[in-house]
Design a protein around this ligand. Structure first.
Ligand code: ATP
Ligand code: MG
Length: 398
């Protein structure tokens, strides 16, 4: 029996004159995602995207999993395709639906008829389909108010479709519909989640990672790039990661500044460098995984002294989330297991014993002035290199 995926996009995508633009974006992304799963025809009609296998070699499970990572799709229906006549529809209902009723007691049928020339109206279609299904599954009961399964019959432009209801899509807005963001990506739990969350709001994500050889290891960097691989699946299957060394900055900080201020000063360098990189690569905002109060550098006051270094807006999608909530998302998107691998981060080398949690900007600036801030930023930028990441792997450029 021939199957198809019907993908529905959210109301937000339908807004005004942008509809076509969003749809084209989704079609491009889905066509790209479909490639490893076979030869599919992907097209739109009546505010639905159709993903239709062209032959029997297509992997529908794989395609379904791939489609569930495309932001902007709110629901995915895997349906059987049949001819637009009642005989064919009822035969399909009887054959295709029963396996989906395993362990269920009640159902109802809902029908939609966008082809108004079809001889039966939607109520008549539902009645007939319900009767056919009862004859195939006499142990089932109809419950129109609170059924275990709602079977759908959709009579559309080219064919009729029968399915046991939608599964949830990724939601959000298509990646690329809301500008570019530069994600400050560490090896922790929070920043990959922050990248995912902003990609979900339609931002194309690019990343910057700070390392500190030899205080941080090759393995620590590999872990971060593997996290980027996972996040890239939600970002049109690609992500550029700019890698910047903070070794010199950290060594200078240790030599010249008060220990209590190390982390705050380091974070100001990180923000300043990220801000410059964002300008260079046309990113409209910085994105971090900060969550209010989680560590000393994430108090309101600490964020207050690191934030002003950046000219770009800084998006912190995790700011109001509890760690537990962030972990739930990390598990859902598949980054958690990698994030908890025990490698060091540049923020965890030279950590002060008593970091300032309520820093005073004037004092921070007095510390900062002990070093040639701009010069160190320039030097770090001069040694930056790029890594191209896809879900399959990564390649270090120069
Ligand atoms: P995470 O779990 O994402 O590492 P965290 O709770 O450990 O976050 P911090 O280490 O204080 O918090 O970092 C706060 C944010 O600063 C991170 O979410 C990330 O956006 C950024 N950041 C920290 N370390 C790095 C790094 N080495 N490279 C790039 N960004 C970093
Ligand atoms: Mg961290």
């Amino acid at each position: 029996m021939k199957e198809i995926l019907l993908l529905k996009y959210g109301e937000i995508v339908l807004k005004g004159a942008n509809k076509r633009y969003f749809e084209d974006m989704l079609l491009r992304q889905l066509r790209h995602k479909a490639k490893p799963h076979g030869d599919f025809e992907i097209y739109r009609s009546q505010s639905t995207i159709y993903v239709e296998p062209k032959d029997d070699f297509c992997d529908m499970d794989g395609m379904m999993a791939a489609a569930s990572k495309v932001f902007g799709i709110v629901a995915i229906c895997r349906a059987a395709v049949c001819e637009k006549n009642m005989e064919s529809i009822l035969a399909t209902v009887k054959e295709y639906i029963p396996p989906h009723l395993a362990g269920k007691k009640t159902f109802k049928v809902e029908s939609k008829r966008s082809d108004k020339a079809f001889p039966l109206d939607s109520i008549e279609i539902s009645k007939a389909a319900g009767g056919a299904l009862l004859s195939a599954c006499p142990y089932m009961k109809v419950d129109v108010h609170n059924p275990d399964v709602t079977v759908r019959v959709e009579v559309r432009e080219y064919a009729a479709y029968v399915h046991p209801g939608p599964v949830k899509g990724a939601g959000g807005m298509p990646v690329g519909s809301n500008g570019r963001g530069l994600l400050l990506l560490s090896g922790g739990i929070d920043s990959p989640v922050a990248g995912y969350m902003m990609a979900k709001r339609g931002m194309t994500m690019e990343a910057i990672h700070f390392e500190s050889f030899p205080y941080t290891s090759e393995m620590a960097r590999d872990k971060v790039l593997r996290l980027a691989q996972i996040v890239s699946e939600y970002n049109n299957d690609e992500m550029i990661v700019h890698v910047v060394s903070l070794t010199k900055v950290q060594e200078e900080l240790v030599k010249h500044c008060d220990e209590d201020y190390f982390t705050l000063l380091l974070r100001r360098y990180m923000m300043a460098i990220a801000d410059r990189v964002a300008s260079k690569f046309y990113c409209g905002a910085l994105v971090t995984g900060e969550s209010l109060g989680q560590v000393a550098s994430q108090t309101t006051e600490a964020i207050g002294v690191t934030d002003p270094v950046a000219a770009h807006p800084v998006f912190r999608p995790c700011i109001g989330l509890d760690k537990e909530d962030i972990v739930v998302t990390a598990r859902k998107i598949g980054t958690f297991e990698t994030s908890i691998e025990p490698y060091e981060d540049c923020c965890t080398v030279f950590t002060p014993r008593h970091p300032r949690t309520r820093p005073d900007l004037k004092k921070v600036l007095a510390q900062e002035q002990k070093l040639p801030f701009d010069e160190l930023v320039e030097e770090a930028l001069a040694n930056m290199y790029r890594v191209d990441v896809t879900p399959e792997g990564y390649e270090v450029r120069q």
